[in-house]
Write a protein that binds this ligand. Structure first.
Ligand SMILES: CC(C)(COP(=O)(O)OP(=O)(O)OC[C@H]1O[C@@H](n2cnc3c(N)ncnc32)[C@H](O)[C@@H]1OP(=O)(O)O)[C@@H](O)C(=O)NCCC(=O)NCCS
Length: 192
């Protein structure tokens, strides 16, 4: 998979146009998903997803400039997934690409809309990418401990429960704990 472009121009509200995306109520994703590098024109899609009420409580939303910095940073890779009709159906952000030890982080993943197997397909594709072309040794992630759907998904695709950070994040309704999960290359190769 080609890398995310690194020479992004500075952010400006005028340079982003929208992409073909899957709006709530639209037909579910069609056919196999294809990953492609994220680009600045994906910004409205990213921001819109992170404003969805069911996402806000599970993935702390990043403002536009935070996304722009990450997208322009060689340490991160944005992967946008499209269905057979080229509608964008979700995204994953990987981190840790420049740390030199092959330990990557699945920083965030959002399916739009959820409940159609998109999350599972994206996770499998990202693991193949991480342990394939990226040559990762490990992929780790953290998620809010009350995110039962994501926890089930990541366990389904082979992530191992590694621990819990109690009261690690303070939100509007108090402290929340984070669950840590990870997968090593040998887990992946053994088919877990
Ligand atoms: C987490 C997320 C990416 C999953 O995507 P998705 O397309 O809905 O996932 P899938 O359809 O592949 O389903 C994943 C599994 O979760 C299960 N699931 C769905 N809702 C659930 C719930 N409330 N509790 C427990 N499991 C649930 C599904 O049944 C499925 O398991 P199964 O295959 O064993 O039946 C999506 O819900 C999302 O975007 N959530 C908001 C952002 C987020 O939480 N990101 C993850 C943290 S980085």
């Amino acid at each position: 998979m080609p890398k995310t472009p690194r020479t992004a121009p500075p952010p400006s509200p005028n340079v982003w146009s929208d992409d073909r995306t899957l709006d709530p109520g639209a037909r579910p994703p069609q056919g196999p998903l294809t990953g492609r590098p994220g680009r600045l024109t994906d910004m409205p899609f990213l921001l819109r997803q992170e404003e969805r009420p069911e996402v806000v409580s599970l993935v702390p939303s990043w403002p536009k400039d935070r996304h722009w910095r990450a997208m322009s940073d060689p340490d991160h890779q944005y992967i946008l997934f499209q269905d057979a009709e080229e509608r964008v159906v979700g995204y994953v952000v990987l981190g840790g690409l420049t740390n030199g030890d092959g330990c990557l982080e699945l920083v965030r993943m959002v399916a739009a809309p959820p409940g159609f197997g998109t999350g599972t397909a994206m996770a499998r594709a990202v693991l193949a990418h991480a342990f394939g072309p990226l040559g990762a040794h490990r992929v780790g992630l953290s998620l809010f401990s009350d995110n039962a759907c994501a926890r089930r998904l990541f366990a389904n695709v082979g992530f191992v429960l590694e621990g819990k950070l109690r009261d690690a994040v303070r939100g509007p309704r108090g402290y929340r704990s984070l669950t840590l999960m990870g997968m090593l290359r040998r887990d992946y190769q053994s088919g877990f």
